[in-house]
Design a protein around this ligand. Structure first.
Ligand code: NDP
Length: 481
């Protein structure tokens, strides 16, 4: 049984109170490691370590900071198999997905911001020939990063990399459901020569570690990815302290398919955008709207493909397309939404139930990819975030009608559009109330672009200069000539 340690002041240490939480392998439904159940004492220790490290790190030449971060990325790459296997066992996702998608993306996140820091420049605003303004962008100090369980290392590095590259010191909390790759990262940071205290990783519950971070009077910025309710709670605690907040929250994304789309491309990508990572990606298109002339054709082809392609099984088996659901609590939540969909009058076209595998996997948490039709757009199933392998399909007749349905939820993270009509694509993209629109593709990511949502999907943007600006404080200096 592995016992995970906190990473504080450059050392791997046990939680002060000596308490641990069970960490489950969702593929077998059993405890396989212990995660620190840290509390306010551990956060304070981490804060003090970060505070002591700040002067040295913020004054370290950017080239050197960049080199250390690049070394961290290289070392993760050298251990790609170990990281991917750990992520798969901890989270339930297929190993191939962690190896080809998530861990490489975590490496890219670190490389991207390590090099971005070297190119980060600020503006000057000359006022004719009588004055000049120039703006400096300085690191904030000690910042906090809190991340969820669905893409553990990917989302963790997406936050800590810009924070560190910009010269801040970080106290970070990964989800206690998936702490393993952040723990492996601690050792990599030690091996890469990251100075002690620059990054501190405190494992434990959101209600203890997370809330202490959001309520900490001297942590002046907090970047959070997770559920909308948690985001609201963090904002309630942190806003009166005037903390800078970046909140990346839930989604209930529309996938809008017009009859003129490239059907085969759309079909393959829609299977992916519906069910990749067991549908546990905030960007998945969980509400599929299909123009009526191709509704029946789409429905038949989609359901057949989901049944034929999405083998549910042991996440470490290369044939597996759909792994286990990350936690028992989440597994029960997803199943309860399938029940709700039935009560609301939905027809289950495929899936709709838990899957019992055999042998050592008999107690794992598996749910068959589920497609539901016949639900009104404004019912709870179509309005609330399920965050699992469950999608609904709904026909539409006009652009106005589908826009109204697509924009009807409290969320506004991403949308997907399938059409070969360029004018329609532009018009629809302009009218969708969300932060990201993919046209004839999904999850095609350029790390320079602003990433985030509107409405209850969040506040602020990550990615590129947005993240570097979030983790720095601008100061304008005006000189009279
Ligand atoms: P949660 O909001 O439950 O948790 C996210 C993180 O916040 C965890 O580390 C959690 O700790 C911590 N936390 C919980 N309560 C508090 C608190 N009171 N104060 C501070 N921190 C707290 O989300 P999930 O982990 O369940 O992740 C799924 C959600 O994340 C979905 O809603 C999904 O849409 C969203 N998400 C959004 C993305 C985006 O970019 N917009 C990307 C990916 C996911 P603990 O694990 O102990 O609960």
């Amino acid at each position: 049984m592995i016992t995970i340690a906190n990473y504080i002041g450059g050392q791997l240490i046990a939680p002060q109170a000596g308490k641990y939480l069970d960490n489950y392998n969702p593929a077998i439904g059993k405890v396989y490691s212990l995660c620190p159940d840290s509390d306010a004492q551990d956060v304070e220790l981490a804060y003090q370590a970060a505070k002591s490290a700040f002067k040295g790190w913020s004054e370290t030449p950017v080239e050197k900071r960049s080199r250390i971060l690049l070394t961290i990325a290289d070392k993760i790459e050298q251990q790609l198999h170990q990281f991917a296997e750990a992520e798969s066992i901890d989270q339930g996702k297929p190993y191939w997905l962690a190896k080809n998608g998530e861990i490489p993306r975590a490496i890219s996140n670190i490389r991207f911001f390590a090099t971005a820091a070297e190119h980060f420049a600020s503006e000057a605003h000359p006022m004719g020939n009588h004055a000049i303004n120039y703006t400096t962008r300085n690191p904030i100090g000690v910042v906090a990063c809190i991340s969820p369980w669905n893409l553990p290392l990917y989302l963790f590095t997406w936050k800590i990399a810009p924070a560190l590259a910009a010269g801040n010191c970080v106290v970070a909390k990964p989800s206690e459901i998936t702490p393993m790759t952040a723990y492996l990262l601690s050792q990599v940071c030690i091996d890469s020569g990251l100075p002690p205290g620059v990054l501190n990783i405190v494992h434990g519950l959101g209600t203890k570690v997370g809330s202490t971070l959001s309520g900490h009077p001297h942590i002046k910025a907090l970047s959070f990815t997770g559920g909308t309710k948690t985001g609201a709670e963090i904002a309630r605690v942190a806003a009166p302290m005037f903390k800078k907040l970046s909140l990346e929250l839930g989604g209930k994304n529309a996938n809008i398919i017009f009859a003129d789309c490239d059907f085969d491309k759309m079909l393959a990508e829609t299977v992916r955008s519906s069910f990749l990572n067991q549908g546990e990606i905030c960007l998945c298109g969980s509400r599929i709207f299909v123009e009526r002339p191709i509704y029946q054709k789409f429905k038949d082809a989609f359901v057949n493909k989901v049944k034929a392609d999405l083998l549910v099984g042991n996440p470490l088996d290369p044939k597996t397309q759909t792994g286990a659901i990350a936690s028992k609590m989440h597994y029960e939540k997803v199943l309860s939404y399938i029940d709700l969909a039935k009560q609301e009058g939905g027809t289950i076209l495929c899936g709709g139930e838990a899957i019992m595998l055999e042998g050592e996997f008999a107690e794992g948490w598996y749910i068959a990819p589920t497609v539901i039709e016949g639900l009104p757009y404004n019912c709870r199933t179509n309005q609330e975030e399920i965050f699992g392998p469950v999608v609904t399909i709904t026909p539409f007749d006009t652009e106005t009608e589908v826009l109204e349905m697509a924009n009807s939820t409290e969320y506004g993270l991403a949308s997907i559009l399938w059409t070969e009509n360029l004018s329609r694509a532009h018009q629809m993209a302009g009218n969708l109330k969300c932060g990201i629109v993919w046209i004839n593709c999904w999850l095609l990511r350029d790390l320079r672009t602003p990433f985030g949502g509107v409405k209850s999907s969040g506040v602020g943007r990550e990615g590129g200069w947005e993240a570097m600006r979030f983790f720095t404080e601008p100061k304008n200096i005006c000189i009279k000539l």
